[in-house]
Design a binder for this molecule. Sequence first.
Ligand SMILES: O=C(O)CCC(=O)C(=O)O
Length: 331
Amino acid sequence: MRIPADPQKLARVVELHYEGNPAGVIARTLKLPPRTVSTLITQLGRHPLGAIALNLAERSSRLAWHARVRRSLEQLGAPERKVPRIPRLGRQQFLERYYAQQQPVVLTKMMGDWRALRRWTLPFLKERFGEVPLKIAHQRTSTEFYDLNVHAISESMRLGDFVDWISKVKTSNERYLVANNDGLSSPQLAPLLDDIGFFGGMMDRKRIPGSVYLWLGPGGTITPLHHDTANILFCQVRGRKRFKLVSPLYSELLDDVVSYYSPMDLERPDHARYPFARQLKVLEAEVGPGDALLIPAGYWHHVRSESISLSVSMTNFVFPNDFPDSGSGYG
Ligand SMILES: O=C(O)CCC(=O)C(=O)O
């Protein structure tokens, strides 16, 4: 028998077979002679690796079935597409109703004790910290997977010069100070940490290093569709941002993910390339100064800034928030 020389094609035969497709359909889909496909499948059945593949396929289709059931049941529920906005929640209510249930929520009145809300303006940052060198993502629009490749495209820039650039361009997706640039790990910016709050004991004051991140950029910045591996409290200090969120129940449908990023543009999905895009239940949240959005671990999100924007994201919950997986990611 002629085994397809292309290993990717061979892998697709195995994949389609264990997804339950008949040999004829596989042959047509992959443009292979039907006899090649059926012989391969027979050999696979006899090979010890075939039994292992079958076992893995059954496990993954069981998980996929559970997710499918939950997605169909979800369609029967209320058609609400807006993330709820709640003024305040006690630590236990927040834990039980949202954090433990993986439900996004915007807390609208819990940043009252943040000095940052009053102090952090572009002129303040320039005057107090203008000389501080920071890594800033550059040339985002001309780089594929620019958020995933952030370290490769980041360049050092003085905070004062970055502030001047933002004030000049006002709207651009070219440069952006993102969480992975680790701005707040610079010792010179440490005083800024005195201006943030801890949400009535929901966030852990002692675990600030390495779990509180700064975002600064003009209007028009886009963080493409991705998920993180920890729960995030996304706190908006200046300007407005628009989030689109998709539950991890839909992960199975996003099939060309690289690391934690999907190339699908959630604002304008290419329906020819992503026919499933219409099945996604997309939640919307808009955050402005003083709003804090819970982004549950594994929740897909796409973010656009509507104006010059300054945000802090935090992962230092007092609740368990460490979910190791095979990769790495902020959060
Ligand atoms: O604000 C942004 O541009 C992106 C925020 C985000 O994706 C995150 O915190 O994970």
